[in-house]
Write a protein that binds this ligand. Sequence first.
Ligand SMILES: [Zn+2]
Length: 205
Amino acid sequence: MSLHPRQLSEISRIGGRPSLDFVNTIHERHVQPLEDYLCGDQRYVEWAMTAGLLDRSEALRVGELKVFPANLMSEVRHLRHGLYEIFKARALGYAADTAAIDVLDRWVQRGWRASQVVNVGSQIQLVWRADAVDIWLPLKRIALDALEVVRSIPRERIKECASTSGCGWLFLDDTKNNSRRWCSMDTCGTPEKMRRYRGSSKAGS
Ligand SMILES: [Zn+2]
């Protein structure tokens, strides 16, 4: 892992949903050593802000914490790993590992306990309780978003980047003919095509 983590502004969010972008905070999942964008407590809070999982006033309240919970980052990594397993299982059409389902269930329960159904004008909405704003709020939001993704989005739209370089990023394919294969053309699509072209040229020479 780099001693100097990249700037938050350099981190792409191409997943199409917050829960997918959360899983994608591991750079090149299948390559060692991994680069983990969420390399510490403060970094997690800053990333949550840039990802829209904490608004400014929520971040100010969370930022008042002098000491973060000792288990914060292990919980972050645990949920992130579980969601990768669940999204991958959903994309490929097999049953997700029970341990991964359990961790999602635990965070969904925490999310529901922290929210309430209210009238907003003539609309009925689910809102966060006033006392729900804490360091765990981004994970609760991520869990509820992930549940919606696996329940409401056709599984063939959930994809892992097809790059053979070890990318491992997940995204929602919103193309008309469901033809997207890469997290992005710049980082994976074009380099992969170049690799294949060189490979086929060597084979043909
Ligand atoms: Zn990729």
